[in-house]
Design a protein around this ligand. Structure first.
Ligand code: FAD
Length: 395
């Protein structure tokens, strides 16, 4: 049995930043990841675009997310492994501002930053269970090459994307549309042509695979279906060399928090007292056989993410960051983009570390201390330093 201050489940965009942030604050931190590689969808499952660090429609400085996520892409860029577009360029489409990274280099830089920060890494060791009392999670169980092992912590953060820890611990969540329908997944592929750019990762494959990423039997079926689809594409002449190891999920569990992000607040760019980072993307619900449902937000609004939407309502020592945070379905389809996941991961990891240091529940930490810490570390925080023109703190 190992014991930590903070245990983070999932080393995707959110978990990576949460772990680096927590460890840099001095918390004894463990990061548990089912694959042997950090990065989640960014590196392993083949979508190598990080959207969106800017709001192209605000005046002056258009950057709305920096901090650890931005430090990461700058490090990649320095060695030629990230393509950072002009964030001030005139708007044509949202995708133009995505930072494209080489997935192999991205995973290596993630390793570097995690190790430099002092995070204990558990790669290839999926979390498979948790034990809890009425109001706290006590430990999680991970599957290792030597069998099952328990890991204890003061605070647990679910960054699994799918919200697995919530299921294992018995915390409340909602799945997909609440009636069994999920946004489709995609099996990314690596074409055997155009490998000359060090930036490019997998091919831009728009296949839509029915996937309930919270159900192992369904995952099995989805994988078999996806491989059949790719096989047909190859038979019809596409030169495909490899695919990602699994169908990438867009949607899993959304864990119930103390508050829930709503589409109304998202579209209005509401700033709350506990708003700890900005986020930017449009409402973007993919569907199986219909066009994607898109709702653009007003140009002068920059939505925010609240700390209380990253704290479970059921367990006082349970937090979440990334695409499994407490949000309605529309909001979730927007906040899931990677730069936003990175910003919330950093805020969540920092908040957890402050709670451990102050010996209080994370819901009781000093929000001003959190905002100041984040700002001092280079993150952009609503209501600190500059406010984004049109937003006012409303409660
Ligand atoms: C096909 C597709 C295209 C996309 N396109 C874009 C795009 O162009 N731009 C953009 O910004 N975003 C895009 N997204 C969205 C974005 O990639 C994800 O929403 C984002 O990666 C979520 O980050 P995360 O850290 O919450 O989760 P993930 O990246 O999913 O990371 C979760 C991590 O947790 C691990 N994990 C899961 N369960 C367990 C467990 N039980 N034990 C241990 N580890 C576990 C996973 O292996 C993974 O590493 C796309 C998503 C998909 C599926």
């Amino acid at each position: 049995m190992k014991t930590y201050d903070i245990v983070i489940c999932g080393a995707g965009s959110a978990g990576f930043c949460a772990a680096v942030a927590a460890a840099r604050q001095g918390a004894k931190t463990a990061l548990i990841e089912k694959y042997n590689t950090p990065g989640g969808i960014l590196t392993v499952l083949g979508n190598n675009s990080i959207d969106q660090f800017n709001n192209p429609f605000i005046n002056d400085d258009k950057m709305i997310i920096k901090g650890i996520g931005w430090e990461f892409v700058k490090r990649l860029h320095k060695d030629g492994f990230a393509n950072i577009p002009d964030m001030d360029a005139e708007y044509q489409c949202h995708n133009q501002y995505g930072v494209k990274v080489n997935p192999i280099a991205a995973a290596k830089i993630m390793d570097d930053m995690l190790i430099e920060s002092g995070v204990d890494l558990y790669y290839g060791q999926p979390m498979v269970d948790a034990s809890s009392t009425d109001n706290e999670i006590e430990s999680v169980t991970i599957s290792t090459k030597a069998g099952l092992r328990k890991v204890k912590a003061k605070i647990f953060i679910d960054c699994s994307g799918d919200g697995d820890l919530a299921e294992f611990a018995g915390a409340e969540f909602v799945k997909g549309d609440g009636e069994g329908t999920f946004q489709p997944g995609t099996l990314r592929f690596y074409p055997s042509v155009y490998v000359d750019s060090p930036i490019i990762g997998y091919g831009d494959n728009r296949n839509h695979i029915k996937l309930d990423t919270t159900d192992s039997d369904n995952i099995t079926k989805a994988e078999i279906y996806a491989r059949n689809l790719i096989y047909e594409q190859m038979k019809s002449g596409q030169r495909i060399m490899a695919t990602a190891p699994a169908v990438a999920p867009r949607e899993g569990r959304r864990i119930a928090g103390i508050t829930q992000l709503s589409v109304k607040d998202y579209c209005e760019g509401t700033v709350f007292d506990d708003s700890v980072c900005y986020t930017y993307w449009f409402i973007d619900i993919h569907k199986d056989n219909e066009p994607t449902y898109i709702q653009y937000i007003k140009h002068d609004k920059t939505p925010t993410i609240r700390l209380s939407a990253m704290i479970s309502k059921d367990f006082s020592n349970f937090m979440m960051a990334g695409r499994c945070i407490s949000s309605d379905r529309e909001t979730n389809s927007a906040i899931r983009v990677k730069a936003s996941c990175m910003a919330m991961g950093e805020a969540c990891g920092t908040a957890a570390a402050i709670a451990v240091k102050s010996n209080v529940h994370v819901a009781d930490i000093d929000i001003i201390q959190l905002k100041n810490t984040l700002t001092n570390n280079g993150a952009i925080v609503p209501g600190v330093g500059r406010t984004l023109a049109y937003n006012d703190v409303i409660n």
